[in-house]
Design a protein around this ligand. Structure first.
Ligand code: ADP
Ligand code: MG
Ligand code: ZN
Length: 707
């Protein structure tokens, strides 16, 4: 069978995602590969499909024992023979599996890197045929990354000790230069085929909240999310426990996970989450590496993580099934102070420290920008060709008005001044409010002129106002354990009335309601899924993902032919459960007279709504100019260009040869020849101002695509 057939028949997907096919073909051609794709980009398929095609058993090295069972179960559901060997098994069970491996029972064996030290395992590996060693989360081998695992260093030694060197495939979601270099070198990849796909995840909605009451936000947000599963990340154990407690008090059931818990306890908590017994997980970053739960609908960062890379990896755990999901950061300046404090505590060389500060700052800037958030993320990952406005982030969708809060700001600033820049946010807020708090009185702060000058706000609101001013750089917090509020150079201008302060008001409902057709049926299908899940001991999403169930509701399949056309239904699952789901759907149709207007035809991944780039393409095909399309769609020409690139990559016809006129093209070409094509900015600088980035890009595309 060829890779595409396997994708259809076993996995029930109709087309490959970016990069998958190349990587799979590379492996089958006996080339080492390095696949760099975002979280949920579909890396697993890239070694699973070759393992089915190639003779022998593929070894998969994966850092987390807790995940192996899940992966093996998933494969079992798809009709692919796989197993794992790790320390959770009894010695007798390990022996049995080893014997089965020798008898060619399995196509894939998952192990943790520690296993590679075992002589017994090594000798097994030299008795069976191993066409491929796949290294998942390969960045774990690099010290530069955020989840370095010393045991990953065992991998090259293991490979060297094999009698026949297998193909080596490494996979990661990390695109940092240093780490990529490390992976290639440390794993001694042999002239690898390197595929780096785009990092965009269209189904993720990015959202930043600054200076808000975080707990209140959580409650409001989660109220609208009944039945939805999600993760809330906090930076410390204490914070995890606090947030969880607060949620429980408000009637929201949540599990917790952090490094301070025993391993059995952690395991249980993780399972409750995976099996949808508890929908919300409050956790530190100890939770989730490789969490493959596909229906995580939101990832909220209650505190910022240490850098953009960690953020995107954690946030990327939302929406693995391709359905719309939210990635929200609740920013507060104190958290930045905390992160800086952590950096200071770890004595390290100045270069590394500077790097950590820079990486943190990128994330802080992300939290403050008014530009498209997705653009900021993609730029971080080195994508120069990014959108200007994605239309699916809190900045792109923000239509709030600015309110002038200069007067209140002046009151706060002068109070900080009168208090001699010696106290923290709470005390400043209390003084402004005119609190009779003991501390206030003891320090004699009720005597200063700014005491009680903001009466119409609660103490909490005042505190948020202070934090807002910090976030906007009108005040700052010292980097110490108990941060003190200080004035900044910007404060003076505000106090003198030279600069005004604005703040956005009139919050819109940020939470998008997602519409499920035939919700009642959806619930029935979920019940059936839960029943099967419980009976077979696999998490519900392994039976079918939410998006598969939604498609069933949309297309109401009642025959096997119709059912197999649903995304995520392959032959094995059709055989195992198809009939039972068909029965429920047929019954629902009888009962309600529901009919679908459309038939499911497996099309590309992420079916459903017409994608924005396709809308552009249709207009383009009508012969309209890029400028016209941009005007009508109210986006920039750059965005339209990006749409066309995407279409082109999906094999649609785009004529790159006639995008710019000859004369202009020659001038731009000359500039490119002069400074190279790697970066846009130097090219632009070579040229007169009226030549736009878009023109340059058009010429670049022509060079790439019509040669
Ligand atoms: P990661 O790159 O993070 O390891 P996974 O391999 O776990 O990602 O894949 C994420 C999800 O995407 C899984 O649910 C997987 O079944 C799904 N997926 C992978 N490839 C495709 C495809 N070609 N079409 C549709 N869904 C896919
Ligand atoms: Mg993975
Ligand atoms: Zn955006």
């Amino acid at each position: 069978m060829d890779p595409l057939n396997i994708l259809k028949e076993y996995f029930g997907y109709e087309s490959f995602r970016r990069g998958q096919q190349e990587l799979i073909e590379g492996i089958i051609d006996n080339k080492d590969v390095l696949g760099i794709m975002p979280t949920s980009g579909g890396k697993s398929l890239c070694y699973q499909i070759p393992s089915i095609i190639m003779d022998g058993v593929t070894i998969v090295i994966s850092p987390l024992i807790s995940l192996m069972k899940d992966q093996v179960d998933s494969l079992g559901e798809l009709g692919i023979e796989a197993t794992y060997i790790n320390s959770t098994l009894t010695v007798a069970e390990q022996r049995k599996r080893i014997a089965d491996i020798e008898n060619n029972k399995y196509k894939l064996v998952y192990v943790a890197p520690e296993r590679l030290n075992s002589m017994e395992f090594l000798s097994l590996c030299n008795r069976v045929k191993i066409p491929l060693v796949a290294i998942d989360e390969a960045h774990c081998i690099s010290q530069w990354g955020h989840d370095f695992r010393p045991s990953y260093k065992e991998i090259p030694r293991f490979i060297n000790r094999l009698n026949n060197r297998p193909v080596v495939g490494a996979f990661t979601a990390t695109a940092t230069k240093e780490i990529i270099v490390d992976i290639k070198e440390l794993l001694s990849l042999d002239n690898p085929l390197e595929i780096l796909t785009g990092f965009d995840r269209e189904n993720l909605y990015f959202h930043v909240e600054r200076s808000i009451d975080k707990k209140k936000f959580l409650i409001d947000y989660l109220k609208n999310k009944n039945d939805k599963s999600g993760i809330i990340y906090c930076s410390t154990r204490k914070e995890v426990e606090g947030v969880c407690h607060y949620l429980n008090e408000h009637g929201l059931k949540a599990g917790i996970y952090h490094g301070g818990m025993g391993s059995a306890e952690r395991q249980e908590s993780q399972e409750d989450f995976l099996y949808d017994k508890k929908l919300i997980m409050v956790a530190t970053n100890a939770f989730g590496m490789g969490i493959d739960k596909s229906n995580v609908r939101f990832v909220i960062h209650y505190n910022i993580p240490k850098n953009m890379e960690a953020y995107y990896q954690e946030a990327g755990r939302a929406g693995r099934d391709g359905e719309d999901s939210d990635c929200i950061v609740l920013f507060s300046p104190q958290d930045v102070v905390k992160q800086k404090y952590i950096i200071q505590q770890n004595q390290m060389n100045p270069d590394r420290e500077a790097l950590l500060y820079r990486n943190l700052q990128y994330l802080v800037d992300y939290c403050h920008t008014n530009e498209c958030l997705r653009k900021r993320i993609l730029e971080y990952f080195g994508e120069i060709e990014t959108i200007d406005k994605c239309g699916n982030c809190s900045n792109c969708l923000d239509d709030r008005e600015y309110e002038d809060i200069t007067i209140d700001a002046q009151k706060v600033l002068s109070c900080v001044y009168r208090m001699e820049e010696k106290y923290g946010t709470t005390l400043v807020a209390q003084v402004l409010k005119g609190s009779r708090n003991k501390k206030v009185l003891n320090f004699g702060l009720d005597k200063i002129t700014t005491y009680g000058i903001i009466k119409d706000k609660t103490e909490k609101e005042i505190k948020q106002l202070i934090l807002y001013l910090v976030a906007e750089d009108f005040l700052k917090l010292t980097e110490s354990k108990f941060p003190v509020v200080r004035l900044t150079s910007k404060s003076i201008d505000v106090l003198k009335g030279k600069e005004k302060v604005f703040r956005k008001v009139q919050k819109r409902e940020t939470v998008k309601e997602d519409i499920i057709v035939h919700e009642e049926l959806f619930n029935e299908l979920r019940e059936l899924r839960m029943e099967i899940s419980t009976k077979n001991g696999v998490p519900p999403y392994i039976v079918f993902s939410d998006s598969t169930l939604k498609d069933m509701c949309k297309y109401l399949p009642t025959t096997k032919e119709e059912m197999v056309n649903i995304k995520g239904v392959g032959n094995k699952k059709l055989e195992s459960y198809g009939d039972r789901f068909i029965l429920v759907i047929a019954d629902y149709k009888d009962r309600t007279g529901a009919e679908t207007e459309v038939k499911a035809i497996k099309s590309s991944d992420n079916s459903g709504k017409i994608k924005t780039h396709i809308i552009t393409y249709n207009m383009y095909k009508e012969g309209r100019s890029l400028e016209e399309i941009a005007n009508e769609r109210e986006v920039t020409e750059g965005t339209i260009l990006n749409h066309l690139v995407k279409c082109y990559e999906e094999d649609k016809e785009v004529d790159w040869s006639s995008m710019v006129d000859k004369d202009l093209e020659e001038r731009i070409s000359a500039a490119i020849d002069e400074v190279g094509a790697e970066y846009l900015k130097p090219i632009k600088e070579q040229l007169p101002d009226e030549i736009s980035y878009e023109d340059i890009k058009k010429v670049l595309y022509k060079r790439i695509y019509s040669s």
